[in-house]
Design a protein around this ligand. Structure first.
Ligand code: GLC
Length: 637
C-alpha cells in the first residue's frame, strides 16, 4: 500500500509516473509553512535500513548520516556525506517494514541512527515535499512496489554489457587503435572504448577534434566492424564561444540557466567559461537532446554524461576564492575533509543562478538535486528520437526518474579494496532506486591500481551490468594487457562473456518486471538472520549468488550458503560444479579464477564459446549448468 503526503507546493520531479491510481494522495493543509521539515521513524534493534542509492557505507545504512546534495568530490571516503546522485528511497526492515521516498530536489539530511539513536531522522531543507510511504511484506516486496511506480529502467543494447575500456588521456585515434589492438592481441574480449574530453575540440560539446580524429565517420564505422563501439563523453557546461552553433542557439532562445541579472550564468569547467543548459525547460531539453545528432550522424550510438551535478570549478562571481580553495583542497585532502557537510566550493555558486521551472523562476539551490537527472532525460529523449535502436548512456549525477533514460557510474573512486567493497555495497542500493544499469570505475579512477586489485575487481565487475575499466590522467595505466600474465585477466573477462546470456536476460527480466538485478541476501532469505547481516555477498538475477574476495591479500574466504547450492568454478575454459549444503564453507579463490554459486533448483545458460566482442555472439548457442530443471531464464523482448 502506497500513501503520498503532499506538503506545501512541491516541484514535479518526474520520479513517480506509474500506478498513480493505486497511490493514496493526501494534501497536508496548514496555515503557515515552516522553512524545513523533519520526519522521524523509530527503529527496533533488529531493523536493517536498506537503500539510499549512491551513498557511502554498507548495505545496512544504520549508524551514519547522509546528505542528498549532488556533489563532485573526488576524495571518496567513508565519512563523505554526499556523492553525485540523489536517491532518497530507503526501507526499514524488521518485524515490520516500511519504505519511504522523500521526493524533493531540495537538500535532505538522513540521520540514520547516529545523532538520534534508534531513529531515522529526515530533514528536508524546504517546506515543499512529497513524502511517499510504502507498506508491504518485507523489504523486497516494498522495493518492488516502489520500482513499479517509478517506471521501467533504461534498456541498453547487448554490446553495453560487454567489457569496456576507458582512460582520461586517450588523445587521438592512434591511442584508441593501440588499445584495441593490444586487447585483440591478448585475446581479451572488448566491446567498447570510451572517449574522454580530449576527443573534443577544446572541450566543446558536440564537436570532434579533426586533427586527432581525421575522418571520424569512417573511423567510427571501421571500429564498429571490428566489434568496437566508441562512446564519447558529453559534459553539462556548453563553452562560451560565439559562433559555435550549440552556444548561439542556446543564447538566442534563452535555453541557458541565468544569473541574478537574467543573463546566462557563467561558470568554469573543463572548457573554461561555460553556460549550463536549463534542463528544467522542456524546450531546452529538446534542443540539447537533438544536438546529439551531430554525433549520431557520425555513427556514435553510446555516450556518457559528466560534470552534471553541475560541477563548477569557479564562476563569474567566485573566481579567486574558489580557484584557490580547489587547489588547496587538491593538495591537502585533509583540508577538503574538514569542509564536509557538503558545503563544497560550488555551494555558494549554487545560490547564484536560476532556472525556469514550470514557468516560474527558481533559484538553482532549491532544485539542485534534479539538474543532473534532467540532463540524462534530455539526452535519453534526444537519442531515442535520433537512433532507430537502443543506445548506451550512463551518467555521473542523477535523481530517481532518470533511471528510465540511462544508467550511472559512481564517479571518481580510487584504486583501493575499500572502494571495491563500496562498489559491492552500492549495487543493490542503486538497484532499489531503479538504476539497474550501473557500475564503478573498475580498478579505480584515482591512484595506482595493483595487479591483485584489478583481478579481484574484475571478478566482481564481471557481474555488474556496466563493466568499465576507467582511470585518471597521471595515474598508472591500467589496461588489462599491461599487467603481468594478461592471460589471467583474459580468464576473468572470458567468464563475463560466457555468462552474458544469463546476465543479459536476467537484466532484461529485472527491468521488464520492475525488479532488481542485484539484491542483498536479506531480500531473498528474509527470515535467515545470517543472510540478513551478510554484507559481502549478493544475489545476481534469480539464480546466482556471488561471494567475491574484496579483502587485500586474501586467497580464500568464508562463504555463507543460506540454502543448498552448486558452487561453480571457472578456470578460463571449463565450468566445474560441486554441490554444498547450507551453512558456512571456506572457499579458496586464486587470483585468476572466478567462483560463483547457483541457487537450489536453478539452472543458468552459459555461452559454449568465447567471442572477442558481442557482435560475434550467438545468445542462443548455450549450454545449461546448475540444477537439472526445466527453469527457463529467457523472456521475450
Ligand atoms: C571527471 C569524470 C571522469 C573523467 C574526467 C575528465 O572527473 O568523473 O570520469 O575522466 O572528469 O573528463
Amino acid at each position: 500500500m502506497i500513501t503520498c503526503r503532499i506538503y506545501g507546493t512541491p516541484v514535479e520531479t518526474g520520479a513517480v509516473v506509474d500506478g498513480l491510481d493505486d497511490i493514496v494522495f493526501e494534501t497536508v493543509s496548514e496555515e503557515s509553512q515552516p522553512e524545513s521539515r523533519r520526519f522521524c521513524y523509530s527503529l527496533l534493534d533488529n531493523d536493517i535500513v536498506y537503500g539510499l542509492g549512491e551513498t557511502m557505507g554498507g548495505i545496512n545504512k544504520r549508524k551514519k548520516s547522509y546528505v542528498s546534495y549532488n556533489t563532485d568530490d573526488p576524495h571518496h571516503r567513508q565519512s563523505m556525506p554526499s556523492m553525485y546522485g540523489t536517491h532518497n528511497f530507503f526501507v526499514i526492515d524488521g518485524e515490520k517494514s516500511l519504505g519511504v521516498f522523500v521526493d524533493t530536489p531540495a537538500r535532505v539530511t538522513f540521520d540514520v541512527d547516529i545523532n538520534h539513536s534508534g531513529v531515522v531522522s529526515v530533514l528536508v531543507e524546504s517546506p515543499n515535499v512529497k513524502l511517499y510511504t510504502i507498506t508491504g511484506e518485507g523489504a523486497y516486496d516494498i522495493t518492488k512496489q516502489f520500482l513499479n511506480i517509478i517506471g521501467q529502467s533504461f534498456l541498453p543494447p547487448l554490446w553495453a554489457f560487454g567489457y569496456g575500456q576507458s582512460r582520461w588521456g586517450y588523445k587521438n585515434s592512434k591511442d584508441i587503435d593501440k588499445v584495441v589492438e593490444s586487447y585483440r592481441n591478448a585475446k581479451i574480449p572488448l566491446d567498447y572504448v570510451c572517449l574522454d574530453i580530449d576527443y573534443m575540440d577544446r572541450y566543446i560539446d558536440f564537436t570532434v577534434n579533426k586533427k586527432r580524429f581525421p575522418n571520424v565517420k569512417e573511423y567510427v564505422s571501421q571500429k564498429k566492424n571490428e566489434g568496437i563501439h566508441l562512446v564519447p563523453i558529453i559534459d553539462a557546461g556548453v563553452k562560451v564561444e560565439p559562433g559555435n552553433e550549440t552556444y548561439d542557439i542556446g543564447v538566442q532562445n534563452g535555453y541557458f540557466a541565468t544569473n541574478e541579472e537574467g543573463k546566462p550564468f557563467s561558470a568554469a569547467v573543463w572548457p573554461g567559461m561555460t553556460h549550463f543548459p536549463d534542463f528544467f525547460q522542456q524546450a531546452a531539453r529538446e534542443w540539447f537532446g537533438n544536438e546529439y545528432h551531430k554525433l549520431t550522424e557520425l555513427g556514435f550510438e553510446g555516450f556518457w554524461n559528466d560534470m552534471n551535478e553541475p560541477s563548477i570549478f569557479y564562476s563569474e562571481y567566485s573566481t579567486k576564492q574558489s580557484k584557490l580553495d580547489q587547489v588547496l583542497n587538491f593538495l591537502i585532502p585533509s583540508r577538503a575533509e574538514k569542509q564536509e557537510g557538503s558545503k563544497n566550493n560550488a555551494y555558494d555558486d549554487y545560490h547564484r543562478f536560476y532556472h525556469m521551472v514550470d514557468g516560474k523562476r527558481m533559484n538553482h539551490h532549491d532544485v539542485h538535486n534534479l539538474f543532473g537527472g534532467l540532463m540524462i532525460r534530455a539526452t535519453g529523449e534526444g537519442l531515442s528520437k535520433l537512433l532507430p535502436k537502443r543506445y548506451l548512456l550512463f551518467a555521473r549525477s542523477s535523481y530517481i526518474g532518470a533511471h528510465r533514460y540511462g544508467g550511472i557510474w559512481t564517479g571518481d573512486n580510487h584504486s583501493s579494496f575499500e572502494m571495491l567493497r563500496q562498489n559491492l555495497w552500492h549495487m543493490p542500493a542503486l538497484n532499489m532506486c531503479g538504476f539497474l544499469y550501473s557500475g564503478a570505475d573498475t580498478g579505480g579512477f584515482g591512484g595506482n591500481c595493483t595487479r591483485e586489485l584489478m583481478l579481484r575487481w574484475l571478478a566482481f565487475s564481471a557481474f555488474t551490468p556496466l563493466m568499465r575499466n576507467h582511470s585518471a590522467l597521471g595515474t598508472k595505466k591500467q589496461e588489462c594487457y599491461r599487467f603481468e600474465r594478461p592471460e589471467d585477466f583474459k580468464k576473468i573477462i572470458a567468464l563475463r562473456y560466457r555468462l552474458l546470456p544469463y546476465i543479459y536476460s536476467e537484466f532484461m527480466k529485472a527491468a521488464l518486471h520492475k525488479d532488481m538485478y542485484m539484491k542483498p541476501l536479506g531480500f531473498v532469505y528474509p527470515s535467515d538472520e545470517t543472510a540478513r547481516r551478510c554484507d559481502n555477498q549478493l544475489i545476481v538475477g534469480e539464480g546466482i549468488m556471488i561471494a567475491p574476495i574484496v579483502e587485500e591479500g586474501a586467497t580464500s574466504r568464508q562463504v555463507y550458503l543460506p540454502e543448498e547450492m552448486i558452487m561453480v568454478r571457472f578456470d578460463g575454459e571449463n565450468f566445474s560444479e560441486k554441490k554444498y549444503s547450507a551453512g558456512n564453507i571456506e572457499v579458496k579463490i586464486p587470483l585468476n579464477e572466478v567462483v560463483f554459486f547457483i541457487r537450489k533448483d536453478h539452472a543458468i545458460c552459459v555461452s559454449k564459446h568465447l567471442v572477442q566482442s558481442t557482435k560475434d555472439m550467438d545468445l542462443w548457442d548455450v549450454k545449461k549448468i546448475g540444477y537439472d530443471t526445466t527453469y527457463d531464464q529467457y523472456v521475450d523482448l
